[in-house]
Ligand binder design. Structure first.
Ligand SMILES: Cc1cc2nc3c(=O)[nH]c(=O)nc-3n(C[C@H](O)[C@H](O)[C@H](O)COP(=O)(O)O)c2cc1C
Length: 372
């Protein structure tokens, strides 16, 4: 029921473990496969290994900042690490980074020989290595992809950065150069916070932001890419539940990738997400994910297409939360009030139909109705 086609390779499900420390070596990737992952993406494989700085991770709220660079395993060691995934029966996507088109092509050839099923070119990092330039320049993206595609026979995908002004031109450059797919998003450039007692940032340089708060950016990017290119999109960013997976797929993603939720909760949540996905599909009477792929994408309008209709808020059911005042305090138009008995009412004359109460109310008491 969860099976998907990934660049011609059948995956048992669309949930892929994204590049990073949870796929830093063969034994970690094996754990991901055994926990149910449809495929794993290696941590970024480079030609010249550099030691990672300490500290390199900080969490604040639901988000994570990292200044981890790449894999600390050498290219030669990766040949063995990839073979561990293959021996487990897993699908291995090698995430690679070369600093020139020819270096990228060389690493690609190496990992292909080592048994990688597909490639994901990492052309973006919000910290270090000057990748900001490459990740934002369509001509360079074209050159890197082109030289890699020419050197290997496995499918080549490109992982795109959200830290650019026009992601569409980059995806189109990748498509023109022969990429078989795109994945997005990599982490967002960030400073997660400042320790106001010491006056120092929590981590000493700009880093990559990930986890729950970046999901809306990942969803918007997935939809943008699904509209702009005909390549399959692997949606990434802030996934931790089956609902999040469904959101990405409904916005056009073919597969999805997950990392921060695994760092924070362990590989076991993969199994829970997959179980919940199956239950949801079964309950709704679907027999495959293909039936829901892109449903929300079709509903997405341009701003100009949205009609200006006379909707106002109405109570769909009585409020049963006497101590909650989220609707009254957040109604900017003073249209919602609660009397001394706790009865909530909406003044349709004052209501401007902004819709905030519909999503603010924890008990979902409000709905917008057409008042024309
Ligand atoms: C600690 C950490 C290390 C990461 N390392 C890599 C990496 O080596 N290569 C890469 O392409 N992306 C890397 N990423 C980005 C993730 O693969 C993913 O794109 C991003 O974290 C968003 O997904 P998430 O919100 O599920 O974590 C890293 C992310 C984190 C948090």
């Amino acid at each position: 029921m969860l099976e998907v086609d990934f660049l011609g390779i059948p995956l048992k499900n669309p949930l892929i473990v994204a590049s990073g420390p949870m796929t830093r070596c063969g034994s970690y990737m094996k754990r991901a496969v055994e926990a149910g992952a449809g495929a794993v993406v290696t941590e970024t494989i480079v030609n010249e290994v550099r030691r990672n700085v300490r500290p390199r991770l900080a969490k604040k709220g639901a988000g994570l900042q990292n200044i981890r660079l790449y894999s600390d395993y050498s290219l030669e060691e990766w040949a063995h690490e990839i073979s561990i995934v293959k021996d487990t029966g897993g699908v291995c996507i090698a995430n690679i980074l070369g600093h020139t088109p020819s270096e990228m092509a060389y690493i690609a050839g190496f990992v292909e020989k080592a048994g990688a099923d597909t490639l994901e070119l990492n052309i973006a990092s919000p910290h270090g290595e000057g990748l900001e330039v490459l990740s934002a320049d369509p001509e360079q993206v074209y050159e890197f992809v082109r030289s890699t595609v020419k050197n290997v026979s496995i499918p080549v995908t490109v992982k795109l950065s959200p830290n650019v002004s026009n992601i569409v031109t980059l995806a189109q450059a990748a498509e023109r150069a022969g990429a078989a797919g795109v994945s997005a998003i990599n982490t967002m450039r960030s400073i997660i916070g400042v320790d106001i007692e010491t006056g120092k940032p929590l981590l000493p340089t700009f880093g990559g932001y990930s986890g729950d708060p970046i999901r809306p950016v990942g969803l918007a990017t997935t939809a943008t890419l699904a509209q702009a290119v005909s390549l399959p999109v692997s949606g990434i960013g802030g996934i931790s539940t089956s609902e999040h997976v469904l959101e990405y797929i409904m916005l056009g993603a073919s597969t999805v990738q997950i990392l921060t939720a695994l760092i924070l909760n362990g590989y076991a949540i993969l199994r829970q997400i997959l179980k919940d996905l199956e239950v949801w599909l079964e309950t709704k009477g679907y027999s495959s994910l293909e039936e829901i792929r892109g449903t929300a994408l079709k509903e997405l309008k341009s701003f100009e297409e949205i009609p200006n209709e006379p909707y106002t808020s109405h109570l769909a059911k009585p409020c049963l939360l006497p101590d909650c005042s989220l609707c009254t305090t957040s109604c900017m138009y003073d249209a919602i009030s609660k009397d001394h008995r706790g009865v909530v009412s909406v003044d349709q004359e004052l209501c401007s139909g902004c819709g905030l109460c519909v999503t603010v109310c924890p008990a979902r008491c409000f709905e917008l109705r057409w008042d024309g």
